[in-house]
Write a protein that binds this ligand. Sequence first.
Ligand code: IPE
Ligand code: IPE
Ligand code: MG
Length: 242
Amino acid sequence: MSHDSPPQKTARHVAVVMDGNGRWASARGLERLKGHARGVDRVREIVKVAPNYGIEYLTIFAFSTENWKRSAREVLGLMALFRRFIRKESDTMMRDDVRVRFVGDRVRLDKKLSALMEGLEERTRHNRTLNLTVALNYGGRDEITRAVRRMAKAVKSGMLEPDSITEDTLNDYLDTADLPDPDLIIRTSGEHRTSNFLTWQAAYAEYVFTQTAWPDFYEAELVEALEQYRNRDRRFGASEAV
Ligand code: IPE
Ligand code: IPE
Ligand code: MG
């Protein structure tokens, strides 16, 4: 009889809705952008420790297709933060062997930012330890809509046969074509909704909601979320956990 403990269930792909930066700042009498800046510190920390927990893919929601509704000041501040992040973290990503990808619609982003995004993707292309995906100007419905548009074009040009279209085909047209589905989606700051994040990909993801605002999401919070994940039974429609 074997006394080996069962293999640890680890979340291979963790996705995070980093929410609560604004409230974190307001509660301290600071302007919202200060909360976003502090949020970047947490991103740095989580990216650094994620591989220690068996995480191979980390996907973070940085800016949604709906976030353009915010004040020009906040939107411009966030864009500046993204540019600074890419410039500053590029060497760290190389040192830590992190491959960075971006998902979302780049058309609406300014040229300087999209050039930086492309440069970082290119530079980190061969890194393997962690796959970091940043969702920027990302919306799940927008992503599916863009995918369908390209599929329709492929059908029109005779490259794609309508009757041959499967779930895998649609998957291949999404921004996330190269990524496995998320196992665990964490949302911070006490909001219980998806806000258009990974709409297609999250079909069988486990959700963990935390009260902590993202600027307070330290390594211990990640450990706690992974612990909750470990205690879940994933069935994928079957009658017993698989
Ligand atoms: C999440 O924090 C970061 C972004 C959406 C860019 P929020 O800015 O949504 O913070 P709250 O929800 O207003 O506190
Ligand atoms: C989702 O958070 C988007 C990001 C974290 C980037 P929001 O704060 O924008 O979502 P809602 O508006 O509360 O649904
Ligand atoms: Mg929010």
